[in-house]
Write a protein that binds this ligand. Structure first.
Ligand SMILES: [Zn+2]
Length: 421
């Protein structure tokens, strides 16, 4: 494209704009600046009002000369003030119209025709053309209508966005900021500020889209995470078939871009995996509890055999005793594996002493001292004291550490022939 073509383009644009009755952007900028300057000036009828009051006072006091001079001055001031006032109001009206037509894009009345009317009024005002004021007033009235339509349209946009955000919230999207901006937009509409409402609606939209994006990434990221949980539960031996089924469905949902279904399935899959894992952990816990109980029961028998082995002076009772202690310590720590292992070993050691113990029982009579007492287990008067420092019940076979003390000599003195009973 050479310069000649560019010039042709520019010329064509100039023609287009002119035939459309529109102003160029630079013209608009210049008009806006000049209007802004004019609009910012004080607009007051006070000086004329004051001069008028002064004239009335002078006339009442009979000062006709001064009064008439003041009246003449007041009328001159009034013309000036009113003209100034009108100029400023007109500038403010045209600026407001520019802003309204600029920002109220949803209003149906804000058509290309309106833009032409705006440019027409602006040009007439700038060039001091006849009918400039009437055009400005007609435009102002139209802009009031445009603004009201925009408020209604914004209200409807707000409602749509509220439903949109509510739906996202129901899906689990964090819409805290979007909701905050929507509340501000609603407040702005209550204050009839299209500008603020538009700004907050845009912010709400942006925030909602970002939140949704973050949520989508989260949903996508959750899948591998939950899959890992399922794998872990499976490695513990948990039944994760239900969880796996849900995860497979979630993958299909993700592929077909059904994100809320995917999120729901992932959530349920994770729940199922955790439930399966918990059931598995409970099973393991139950097993552990049973192991501890079995070890404890086994130790009761082994301990009795160790006591008997000691009572009958059977070789190796120390080893058995040590193993039993090891098992008991493991039990205190709730160490099911340690307790089970030590208790089994103690059981084996005790079994190896079984015959010796049985022999020991038979030979127990030889170890007896002259004593018979009550058994702490079965209450029969059947306990015989052994010389090894143990007592053995002839009725139930219970053996326990028991130190028999020789009766003291004073008892031998007795009372009478039969002695003390
Ligand atoms: Zn007994």
């Amino acid at each position: 494209m050479d310069l000649k073509d560019i010039r042709k383009d520019v010329e064509q644009t100039v023609i287009d704009v002119r035939t459309a009755g529109l102003l160029f952007d630079e013209e608009l900028t210049a008009i806006r600046n000049s209007l802004a300057q004019r609009a910012s000036q004080q607009a007051s009828l006070r000086t004329a009002d004051e001069a008028g009051n002064m004239a009335v006072m002078q006339l009442n006091q009979g000062d006709m000369d001064g009064g008439m001079a003041s009246l003449s001055g007041a009328m001159g001031l009034a013309d000036l003030s009113v003209a100034n006032f009108q100029d400023t109001m007109l500038a403010r009206a045209l600026l407001a119209a520019m802003d309204t037509i600029d920002c109220c894009k949803m209003s149906e009345s804000n058509s290309p025709e309106t833009e032409r009317e705006l440019h027409d009024a602006l040009r007439a005002h700038r060039d001091g053309l006849p009918g400039a004021r009437e055009k400005a007033i007609a435009l102002l009235n139209k802009c009031v209508k445009i603004y009201r339509e925009e408020l209604v349209a914004l209200q409807s946009v707000l409602q749509t966005k509220q439903i949109f955000v509510q739906n996202m919230k129901a899906q689990g999207v964090d819409v805290f900021n979007a909701e905050r901006f929507l509340r501000r937009a609603s407040d702005a509409l209550a204050q009839k500020s299209c500008r603020d409402a538009t700004e907050y609606l845009a912010k709400a939209e942006k925030s909602a889209v970002e939140s949704r994006q973050a949520w989508l990434e989260q949903v996508r990221g959750q899948l591998p995470q939950v899959e890992a949980t399922v794998k872990e539960a499976k490695s513990l031996g948990a039944d994760v078939s239900e969880a796996e089924r849900l995860i497979e469905q979630a993958k299909v949902a993700l592929e077909s871009s059904d994100y809320s279904l995917c999120a729901e399935l992932v959530k349920r899959g994770e729940q199922k995996a955790i439930e399966a894992q918990r059931a598995q952990v409970q099973k393991a816990e139950e097993l552990r509890r049973r192991q501890l109980q079995a070890a404890q029961e086994s130790l009761v028998t082994s301990t009795q055999m160790a006591t008997e082995a000691r009572a009958y002076n059977i070789e190796g009772w120390q080893n058995l005793d040590m193993k039993i202690r090891e098992a008991q310590e493991a039990l205190m720590r709730s160490d099911a594996f340690g307790a089970t292992t030590a208790a089994k070993e103690a059981e084996n050691l005790a079994r190896q002493m079984q015959q010796a113990i049985e022999e020991g029982r038979k030979g127990a009579d030889a170890l007896q001292v002259q004593y018979t007492g009550p058994c702490p287990r079965c209450n029969q008067m059947a306990v015989k004291a052994l010389q090894t420092g143990f007592g053995r019940c002839a009725s139930c076979g219970f053996v326990y550490p028991f130190q028999y003390q020789q009766p003291q000599k004073q008892e031998k003195r007795g009372f009478g022939i039969f002695g003390k009973r």
